[in-house]
Structures are given as structure tokens and as C-alpha cells.
Design a protein around this ligand. Sequence first.
Ligand SMILES: [Zn+2]
Length: 246
Amino acid sequence: MTSLRSDAFVLSRSALTESSWIVCLLTRREGKMRAVAKGARRTKSPFRGALEPLNRVRVEISLREGRDLGTLMSADLEESALDLFGRWPAAGILLAVVEVLDRGLAEHSTEEETYRLVGAVLDSMRSGVSPALAWLYFASWFLRLHGVLGRPGRCAHCGAAKETGHFDAGAGGWICRECARSRLEQGIDVSSATREALGDVFRLSLPGLAARSPGPEALKGLKAVVYLALVSYLGRPLASGDHVSG
Ligand SMILES: [Zn+2]
């Protein structure tokens, strides 16, 4: 039996018994993990209020050799996300963030950068960055960290170093005009303004990106690109996609 202490974001939970939850967490040290929170559904549980989506908590998880499912020993609330879930459209964006993390991360694989990304996105939303921009920043970086969305520059299909103004997840990402023609209506043409905005996403902090305030057309294109890339990465559309689809 070993025990893990780590900061974590709560992702989701499901009922295990009448009194217990299975909680899914993004821990700073071990990535995504699931643990049983015994008695957490009781009114007087010490977990009460801590295990809400995107709350940042300090957890202790007890792990048994050879078993993926741990036991949550304690969860101390460090920062609640209730303030953000009480606003619209921030809440809709956060539901999509939770869904991407819940479905898009493998268990027990270190995700320090993803953990920091989530913290940066929540902090920026609290300090007034628009939820729509926060979503684009989160989704672009999540996809980049998981090898799906790089900077445009080299054709993923033929390998040529030429202008790649077309995004086609099925062909590996950014492709050139000639390859796009041979792929018959797959993916989308992406304007240079949108490609530039993506470059800014990868170059600037989220508050820095907000200060630069990319134009609506560029953002609309970026919204479509990240949505298509996410659907391809996750294997099916986002259930919480209404707020974030192109
Ligand atoms: Zn090509």
C-alpha cells in the first residue's frame, strides 16, 4: 500500500454506492486518477463541498499494488470553482474543459503541463479574460501538448515545407493546397489571420493574448480548427459542444 499526496483538480464523479462516489481527478503528480471517496454522499461527510468540478484540492490517495482505483483519504479545498460555474457562458466553457480532460487523458500518465494549463485558464477567467478566448487557448494547448495541433508550416501529408492553409485531422493536421485537393473535401481551409492567431496562442500567455485581442474572423476560424481537431482526437463529438462548436 502506498499513498500519494498531490494537488489536484476535481474532474467528475459518479455514484458507487448510496454513500460513496468514484471521483476522477487530474493530479499534479500522477495525472488523471480515479479514487473511491467513501461516505462522500452523506450530509456530514468531511468531503462535503470539496469534490465539485474544477475545484482545486489537496488530496491524499491510498493505492494498492496492481489496482488502478485508489481510495481518497482526504481532500482539502484550496480553491473553489463555484464562482466561475455561477456565470454564463463561463460555465458552459468549463463543462467542455472538464469533458476534454475526462475523456482525453489516459490514467496514471503524468500531465504536469496540462495541470498548469487548467490553472492558468481558470485564473485568467477569474481576472476577466473572455470565456470564448479561454476556451480557444485551452483547447489549442491541450491539442498541442497531446501531439495533435502543431504550428502550421510543413505539410503533414506530403512533408513539403510550403504554405499549409488547410487543416485536415485525418491527414495528420496542416496540409498544403495540393494535398488538400487530393483529399476531396476533407477538413477546412484556414485563413492566414486564423493561422496567425494560433501562432499568438502558442507564443503568448492567455492575458497577453487577450490584450492583443485577435479579430472575430480569426477567432471563428480557430474555433472551427480546434473543434475538428478535438473531435478527431476524442473519437466523437463533444457532448458539451453547443458552447464551443465552430
Ligand atoms: Zn502536401
